[in-house]
Design a protein around this ligand. Structure first.
Ligand code: CMC
Length: 432
């Protein structure tokens, strides 16, 4: 609709302004508040950005009421059924699904960049043996900017592209090395003949003294999980990458900042937290006690893997992952996994509980993903690292989109100041 606007009337002054309403392809229209301060002298107040669109984007769309997730317009379910992770990565980066030759070329380019500089190895030795692998990821990924000066000119589209390839390609190598370091095993060099996920599994689990064959079931499951986690529009970590990028920081530094935001249990750290919660609950009899804790406003405990800022129904990723968990455990002869049974029961009870019904709290992507990682032999403290590998695609796609936009402004939110009013300085002897 042309020239649609909303009219704001300031009850204090009677002043009236029209704010333009912009319609997107899907989703609620947005009110352009650009002239609000100039005309009425107000900022807007929206802690947590609950109703604030921070950017324009063509990459990913979520309909949280209907449980729809689209990558560049394609439904996630169709991509999950037919595409590989790298195919989805190409789609997210370039906007279209690749033809066969383009996919092969892209795969070659990613594979070409899997090794990291030998000098990076020595960084690992500086960490305590029991360092959380996410702590190592933050440090090592940030340090890439010290090694790849030929791809840090953010104003050069070719540099941006090479940096994107490097980040996507090196994440598995960096992640696997974090794990190997923590268990005192030698780092395994990437084998570029393998698939993206096959290579990661080999770098995680092979040792130089033994043969290692990639399990195709595990490889496919991991590839699917990565595809499902590849992008999720303006979530906390992606927004962090964009905010860092808006200051014109280099992409390696921006992605390192995304990793820090992902780490928390309200975001990507939830998969680790879910598994620890399931282990703590222990058996079916304990479920009511933990649900009561989750509902108790005086208790900080939350049902991990439940609830989402955007989804008010089933997270479509959780639907797919739940199904895959079933199949994978069966294929691996572990259909009796007690934690999976516990998770299913917990979900069933929570979904029938008024507290969860009224607040539209459903399982999210992290509720079942940890069970898959566990079945693949991936240790609990590596779950968020797995998420970071996959989400790197979304981070760099969103960063590239932002950096190639014709208009760029530093992200600089305002605040609602409620501290002391201006006052005079007191000498030390005069202070009360
Ligand atoms: N357990 C118990 N109560 C909950 C939960 C939960 N997991 N999630 C939300 N609530 C309640 C919350 O207490 C509030 O109740 P009330 O209206 O009575 O105050 C209401 O539901 C709305 O919650 P909110 O905190 O305002 O919602 P939010 O959009 O700010 O937070 C969330 C979203 C994902 C941080 C939150 O649901 C949560 O902490 N979930 C558990 C952690 C988790 O699974 N995170 C992974 C998110 S999906 C993957 C990702 O982002 O990486």
């Amino acid at each position: 609709m042309e020239n649609r606007h909303v009219t704001l009337i300031d009850s204090a002054t009677g002043k009236k302004i029209d704010l333009p309403v912009l319609s997107g392809t899907h989703g609620p229209a947005v009110i352009d508040i650009g002239k609000l301060y100039k005309e009425l002298g107000y900022f807007t107040y929206d802690p947590g950005f609950v109703v604030t669109a921070s950017c324009e984007s063509e990459i990913t769309f979520i309909d949280g009421e209907k449980g729809i997730l689209l990558y560049r317009g394609y439904p996630l379910e169709q991509l999950a059924a037919k595409s590989s992770f790298l195919e989805a990565a190409y789609l997210l980066l370039y906007g279209e699904l690749p033809k066969q030759a383009a996919l092969e070329d892209f795969t070659q380019k990613i594979v070409h960049h899997t090794m990291f500089h030998e000098g990076i190895k020595s960084f690992y030795r500086g960490f305590r043996h029991d360092a959380h692998p996410m702590a190592i990821m933050v440090g090592v990924v940030g340090s890439l900017s010290a090694f790849y000066h030929d791809s840090t000119d953010i104003h050069n589209p070719r540099h941006r592209e090479i940096a994107a390839y490097r980040l996507i390609a090196k994440m598995p190598t960096i992640a696997a090395a974090s794990y190997k370091y923590s268990i005192g095993q030698p780092f395994v060099y990437p084998d570029n003949r393998l698939s993206y996920c096959g290579n990661l599994l080999r770098m995680l689990f092979s040792v130089p003294s033994d043969d290692y064959a990639v399990d195709p079931v595990a490889e496919r499951a991991l590839d699917l999980l990565f595809l499902l986690h590849a992008d999720h529009e303006q979530n906390a970590s992606t927004s962090t990458v964009r905010v860092a990028g808006s200051s014109q920081a280099n992409p390696f530094a921006c992605v390192a900042s995304g990793i820090t935001a992902l780490w928390g249990p309200a975001h990507g750290g939830a998969s680790e937290a879910v598994l620890r919660m399931l282990m703590e609950i222990g058996d079916l009899q304990q479920i009511p006690k933990f649900l009561d804790k989750a509902k108790d406003k005086n208790d900080s405990f939350r049902l991990m893997g439940f609830g989402h800022r955007v989804y008010k129904t089933y997270d479509p990723r959780a639907v797919i992952i739940r199904e895959v968990t079933h199949k994978l455990l069966k294929n691996m002869g572990r259909s009796e996994d007690p934690l999976f049974e516990l998770a299913l029961k917990l979900e069933e009870i929570a979904l029938n509980d008024d507290y969860f019904i009224e607040r539209h709290l459903y399982p999210n992507v992290d509720f079942y993903s940890g069970l898959i990682y566990r079945a693949l032999g991936i240790p609990v403290n590596m779950f968020t690292v797995m998420f970071a590998i996959a989400r790197t695609v979304g981070w760099v796609a969103q960063w590239m989109e932002m950096m190639s936009a014709p208009q760029q402004r530093i992200a600089r939110p305002r605040q609602h100041y409620i501290g002391p009013a201006q006052r005079e300085y007191l000498e030390i002897g005069e202070r009360k």
